[in-house]
Design a protein around this ligand. Sequence first.
Ligand code: UGA
Length: 438
Amino acid sequence: MHISVMGTGYLGATHAACLAATGHSVVGIDVDPARAAQLSLGRAPFHEPGLDRLLDDGVSSGRLTFDTRPEGAHGADVHFLCVGTPQAPAGGAADLTDLEAAVDSLAPHLDRPCVVVGKSTVPVGTARRLADRIRAAAPAGDAVALAWNPEFLREGRAVSDSLRPDRLVFGVDREESDRALRHVYAAAIGAGVPVVRTDLETAELAKVSANAMLATRISLVNLLAEVCEASGADVAALTEILGLDERIGHRFLAPGLGYGGGCLPKDTRAFVARAEELGVGASAALLREVDAVNLRQRSRTVELATSMLGGSADGATVAVLGAAFKAGSDDLRDSPALAVATALQGLGARVRVYDPMAGASVMRHFPRLVTSRDCEEACAGAELVLVLTDWDEFGGLDPVALSTVVARRRVLDARLMLDAEKWRAAGWHLVALGRGGR
Ligand code: UGA
């Protein structure tokens, strides 16, 4: 099939490369010329395992091209909308400006029957509105079908999640949309990936619901961790016990500094905003608390760090290990680690940050934070070490070796990564979020 992909961020670039890898002819359209140019060279503008290879294969085979002009999408059978829908500057609602701009730039080029497929995360009810907007502006008018096909990929596993998702959701209101989507995803469907066919609204809601459920699970486990800390119970043993219940399972049960990134925080808030518009805001208050519990992990960590520093962070040298919102990513969007680092800096601490992958981004976007090349450099002279992102590298740190470079052997483990016994045996005062000093 001939396919266009509007927007080439994490979602669009990965989607375009994976479609090309399954044999389609794909053009990725992005308003950012630098991004389009880099992708045209077969290189991803962000870190994503396996993506560079797929991009390179696609570009060299000629099946994958990139363009900045919307007319580059002309003639495609299917047009995917993969534009970002960030949190609006005021309030928690999703900002659909870029998505609407993409639709408006695409519509004049739709002069033959085709299917426009939304993948962006949107408030329920958006698809029907966009369908009217596109058909009013497209020369092909009613011959343009609109479908919604949410994407559930995780950063760091975007390629495998795209090629072999847990499920495919087809929100359709016309037979031809279903047919087109089955053709697009023939490889995954052939490999046994289940398809759920549904209406447009359910498909839109599926994405935010999944993220709201994951966020709720993390905040619930962090509430349990706070209770453990206050009562002397052991959160690691508690989550092991919970996870062994087949109905609960072990995944997304890691307590700590909470969730961040470009999706869970803003999707949870957008869900609440939309629920309020729909008149069901009272029940959605649950998700407001989920957000509040999540943000509290950050302030709790800052308070714990301050108390470990003797009541004031002012003038203290602090090492922050981790800046990305999670391991395996260089993404700093709404990163809990960075929120803690900048809060401590705001309290007067001299903060040195090390992240195995996100160091260059920290330097670019947070020039006031000092970045280090490795853990040792970050920890040199530190009066407190904080572990804030769950990189494996931090779990393997040698407390004996690190003792020789720090000023004070004090460590705050906000991701429950460290072997507490080993660190204490090496003379460290270790406090772990959810475990306190035990
Ligand atoms: C999330 C969803 O998992 C994807 O399914 C979805 O497609 C994506 O958002 C999106 O909406 O585009 P992602 O943001 O890549 O994916 O990150 P996750 O792996 O879900 O992690 C989110 C946050 O939760 C991270 O900050 C992570 O550190 C935190 N987390 C995760 C925990 O604090 N505890 C856990 O047990 C698991």
